[in-house]
Design a protein around this ligand. Structure first.
Ligand code: NAD
Ligand code: DAU
Length: 351
């Protein structure tokens, strides 16, 4: 297989690339990434010289360059992860999300459609990676299933929902072989420190405030990123063409409970009295349109493909924190410059 992975230099992408490069020496993995603030080749340092790995710096908005990649590498399979992925940024700059997540996805669909029409193969697959946020929000009970209605609430979620619809439409209209998976919140090494767990870990290290949005009683379903990568590998090889799969951790946490657990683990690891990090917790203005609760019914992928999370939350969180504590230089590198200004501005506005 010649697999085009988009967004391979981002958080989930680097775990997917590493898994595929190491597990399948017979495949060629072509990583296409624009290297935005969220993409970093440092994340792939350990595989950059592998003989079955290639990197191409291309923006999804460069439609002609994308098309060229299909010809240059005889691409028969796509795993599409590249996206603008942070909800708070989508509230500030929705158009960036329209460009990358919607137009970028359509550019990629067009490139695949054009090339595969001329070069059909039984390996052709357009695998689109999406999110549970397309389903909107849950009340106190219930779970998102593959059949749940789409009801996106943030510009990010709306852009991902739109991209899902385009992928589906290309299957119906042009017979493009597609599969989609919708996953819950990921955590783990290499996550950019603007998302809850790495941001708060970094802030505890730097003794900065931990800005909890609203009353903190929002619920997310957390999955260790390496388990997501394993699910993607399974769907890539065994998923039913035309299907969608929900992926989740069976692991719901209220934000404030998770933050308190993180504070306790960090106090232990930093050898400081329990309660030290709790003092950094600061309740700030809520995120507009904040989804109350996400929770995934991951029984379809469990029953059909025999996937379930392999890492429990305590183990995954410990590994994640240890990774951030061992990689403070990485944290410094990615939080320098523009990001720092953006974060200070966002935080200031929420006071
Ligand atoms: P991320 O923000 O860490 O990485 C995104 C990557 O895409 C970066 O490497 C970036 O450089 C690249 N990129 C952005 N715009 C681009 C463009 N126009 N052209 C080419 N490359 C571009 O994101 P992530 O958290 O790794 O998420 C990856 C995918 O998984 C996204 O599609 C996201 O919607 C989805 N997802 C994420 C989560 C999560 O919890 N992080 C959960 C479910 C689904
Ligand atoms: O559910 C999947 C989605 O999970 C992915 O599609 C997104 O790409 C990913 O960013 C994530 O979205 P969330 O909005 O749930 O993640 P985030 O880490 O931004 O926030 C998690 C929760 O923590 C949410 O309820 C908001 C809250 N929060 C977040 C930040 C950054 C805070 O209370 N304070 C913060 O500073």
């Amino acid at each position: 297989m010649n697999i085009l992975v988009t967004g391979g230099a981002g958080f989930i992408g680097n775990h997917v690339v590493r898994l595929l490069v190491n597990k399948y020496p017979q495949y060629r993995i072509i990583n296409v990434d624009a290297l935005t603030y969220a993409g970093n080749l440092e994340n792939l340092h350990d595989v950059e010289n592998a003989s079955n790995y290639v990197f191409e710096k291309i923006n999804l908005l460069q439609a002609d360059e994308l098309s060229t990649i299909f010809t240059k590498y005889n691409i028969n399979t796509v795993i599409h992860l590249a996206a603008e992925s942070h909800v708070d940024r989508s509230i500030v700059s929705p158009l960036d999300f329209v460009y990358t997540n919607i137009i970028g996805t359509v550019n990629l669909l067009n490139a695949a459609k054009k090339y595969w029409k001329l070069n059909p193969s039984d390996k052709n697959l357009f695998y689109h990676i999406s999110t549970d946020e397309v389903f909107g929000t849950l009340g106190a009970t219930g779970l998102f299933a593959e059949t749940s209605s789409y009801a996106p609430n943030s510009p990010y979620a709306a852009s991902k929902a739109s991209s899902d619809h385009f992928v589906r439409a290309y299957a119906e209209t042009y017979n493009l072989p597609i599969v989609i998976s919708n996953c819950s919140n990921n955590y783990g090494p290499f996550q950019f420190p603007e998302k809850l767990i790495p941001l708060f870990t970094n802030n505890i290290i730097e003794k900065k405030a931990l800005p909890v949005y609203g009353d903190g009683n929002y619920t997310r379903d957390w999955l260790y990123v390496k388990d997501h990568a394993l699910a993607i590998d399974l769907i890539l090889h065994k998923g039913k063409i035309g299907s969608t799969y929900n992926i989740g951790g069976f692991n719901e946490w209220k934000n404030i409970d998770l933050v308190k657990l993180l504070c306790k683990l960090m106090d232990e690891k930093l050898n400081q009295p329990i309660g030290t990090s709790d003092k950094l917790i600061t309740y700030v203005k809520d995120r507009p349109g904040h989804d109350k609760r996400y929770a995934i019914d991951a029984n379809k992928i469990k029953n059909e493909l025999n996937w379930q999370p392999s890492v429990n939350f305590e183990q995954g969180l410990n590994e994640t924190i240890d990774w951030y504590l061992e990689n403070t230089q990485w944290l410094k590198n990615v939080t320098s410059g523009n990001y720092q200004q953006y974060y200070e501005k966002m935080y200031f506005e929420r006071q």
